[in-house]
Design a protein around this ligand. Structure first.
Ligand SMILES: C[S@@+](CC[C@H](N)C(=O)[O-])C[C@H]1O[C@@H](n2cnc3c(N)ncnc32)[C@H](O)[C@@H]1O
Length: 232
């Protein structure tokens, strides 16, 4: 499977320009350049914990985990967790700050490659992919959902969070210039935009039942993003 590693390099280079402890800046969880408040982080954690019905029997797979700053509070609701990301810098931050062996670990790998050749796939019961799915090319994101369905027999719920809503693209851009085609390009700051209906169709094609979740209106990105909860 091709990964186009050279092209998709933003999250490999950008974090190096941030302070080592600017965890939210490193993954661009910012508003006007400032890290979002703890209140917003708590809203994300609540949405994922509730959407996945996380409990102490779960082993959570966090695909595109970034620096682990969001994985750690999610893993704390579970028996264990594994974060996977292809940014060497962000995985190093995770391993310096958030690793808690033997139950909470982080590995450096492309997520589609991981799903194609997973180590002990049967142990994972839940999956989260937050703020990242839109950066995976169309054909590879479809492969990833099919592989998760076929190769992870005990994975019964998945949360794909913070997806950009194509039906809200005009609200997001407002008067700013928009280059047609941007909505289909994973190598842009927001990645591929999909309507909720497009996402539900994609999930169905890959064997999943999808339901759409909206964050509370006070969440900073609620007006143009949604979450998807997959079940079998
Ligand atoms: C906006 S950050 C989100 C990180 C984390 N999920 C969070 O919400 O804090 C996007 C992440 O996706 C990762 N990523 C994008 N494409 C990837 C791929 N094909 N394989 C592994 N990681 C990928 C980037 O390295 C980056 O860490």
């Amino acid at each position: 499977m091709s990964t186009n590693k050279e092209k998709f390099s933003f999250y490999k280079e950008h974090p190096k320009t941030c302070k080592p402890d600017d965890f939210w800046g490193q993954v661009k969880r910012t508003v006007n350049g400032q890290p979002v408040s703890q209140e917003h982080i708590d809203m994300i954690v609540d949405a994922v914990v509730t959407g996945l019905q996380l409990n102490q029997d779960d082993i959570l797979l966090d695909l595109c985990c970034g620096n682990g700053a969001l994985s750690a509070p999610l893993f704390s609701h579970c028996k264990g967790g594994l974060g996977v990301d292809f940014s060497e810098y962000l995985i190093a931050v995770a391993n310096r700050n958030f690793i808690s062996p033997p139950d909470q670990n982080y590995i450096l790998q492309d997520v589609v490659e991981f799903c194609d050749n997973p180590v002990t796939p049967q142990k994972f019961t839940k999956m989260v992919c937050y703020g990242s799915f839109s950066f995976i090319e169309h054909h590879r994101s479809e492969s990833m959902l099919k592989l998760l369905h076929g190769k992870f027999p005990n994975l019964d719920r998945a949360f794909i969070g913070n997806c950009p809503d194509k039906s809200r693209i005009a609200d997001f851009y407002g008067d700013r210039p928009f280059v047609p085609g941007t909505e289909n390009d994973p190598d842009t700051p927001i990645g591929i935009w999909r309507t909720p209906e497009e996402f539900i169709r994609l999930a169905k094609l890959c064997g999943w039942h999808a339901t759409i979740h909206k964050m509370p209106s006070q969440y900073y990105a609620a007006y143009y993003r949604y979450d998807v909860i997959l079940s079998r």
